[in-house]
Design a protein. Structure first.
Length: 166
């Protein structure tokens, strides 16, 4: 076999194919050549005798039916009973002082709420670290709002005293 220019074709006895290349029409071991079905497979749209078409049970057998919920597939019994699975993780309990800190920081209550928001917020942060409770964001919000309220108290005192002429 030769090429159109007269040189010997790859894969012939005169010129073997380079490493990793096979002559045209041959495939690596265990694979079918291009355009041909692998052994045991029928061409597209046809079935091999004795083999059921795609999506159907083999001849003489009942079609596949999934096992009922909680039962293993294939008709076998569960070896040691049904596993329980994982319980959903419980959300951590929210610290009550964190809630109170945020509410008092929002309301201010004639600026007494701001001071209580600071006290409750810092106490809640400590309890949350020790107990692993939730509500750290609410405690932080109460602390921030408490400091804003304390700043407003300070500014009002400064401007009030300046207006009074003291």
């Amino acid at each position: 076999m030769t090429n159109p220019d007269g040189s010997p074709a790859y894969g012939t006895d005169e010129q073997p194919a380079p490493h990793g290349h096979l002559p045209y029409g041959e495939a690596p071991y265990g694979q079918a050549p291009y355009g041909q079905p692998a052994s045991g497979q029928a061409p597209y749209g046809q079935t091999v005798p004795g083999q059921a078409p795609y999506g159907q049970a083999p001849y003489g057998q009942a079609p596949y039916a999934p096992a009922p919920y909680g039962q293993p597939a294939g008709g076998y019994a569960a070896p040691y009973g049904q596993p329980y699975g994982f319980a959903p993780a419980a959300a951590p309990r929210t610290n009550g002082l964190a809630i109170a800190s945020m509410v008092l920081g929002i309301l201010w209550l004639y600026w007494i709420g701001s001071i209580l928001a600071l006290v409750f917020g810092y106490t809640a942060k400590k309890q949350i670290r020790e107990r692993g409770e939730g509500g750290a964001g609410m405690a932080t919000a109460g602390i921030v709002l408490g400091w804003i309220g304390v700043g407003a108290i300070g500014l009002s005192l400064v401007f009030g005293l300046a207006a009074a002429g003291l």
